[in-house]
Design a protein around this ligand. Structure first.
Ligand code: RB5
Length: 149
């Protein structure tokens, strides 16, 4: 499993814990930046990770900014991306089981590195349930097909 990660300066505090957790789970981590705590623009990293996932180059992604919100909004502008902001392990598990989220987004000003680690693990190990949830994901894809080029 190849996981793309990306963050801005507001999320970089979580990066070491996220990388360590993913590697402990057996994932190959592709770090698309940023690499310092210098101020940067989160859409750049949301787009990089979203494109890596949408292209199939990576299987899924983890994004981090101050809240997880801006970077997830950016990622969701890429067709095929279902990026979910998660703040606890219940949300993380459910967004895999029901939404098959291919990216989760975390806030470096919202959760601690320890919480981020638990959240990433809960999402990574959970399994998509399919069934009635697939009908709903298909409906989301229909919206994409209507409005995206
Ligand atoms: C950067 O200051 C901050 O706006 C960003 O990290 C994120 O929280 C945006 O949603």
């Amino acid at each position: 499993m190849k996981i793309a990660i990306g963050c801005d300066h507001g999320g970089i505090v979580l990066k070491p814990a996220v990388i360590r957790t993913l590697e402990e789970l057996g994932a190959e981590v592709v770090d698309l930046g940023t690499y310092t705590d210098e101020s940067v623009d989160y859409p750049v990293y949301g787009q990089k990770v979203a494109e890596a996932v949408a292209s199939g180059e990576c299987d899924a992604g983890v994004l981090m900014c101050g809240t997880g919100i801006g970077i997830s909004i950016s990622a969701n502008k890429v067709k095929g991306i279902r990026a979910a902001v998660v703040t606890n392990t219940f949300m993380a598990e459910m967004t895999k089981r029901h939404n098959n989220a291919n990216i989760i987004a975390l806030g470096g000003r919202v959760v601690t590195p320890e919480e981020a680690s638990d959240i990433v693990k809960a999402w990574f190990v959970a399994e998509y349930e399919g069934g009635r949830h697939q009908r709903r994901l298909d409906m989301i894809a229909d919206i994409e097909n209507k409005y995206f080029k």
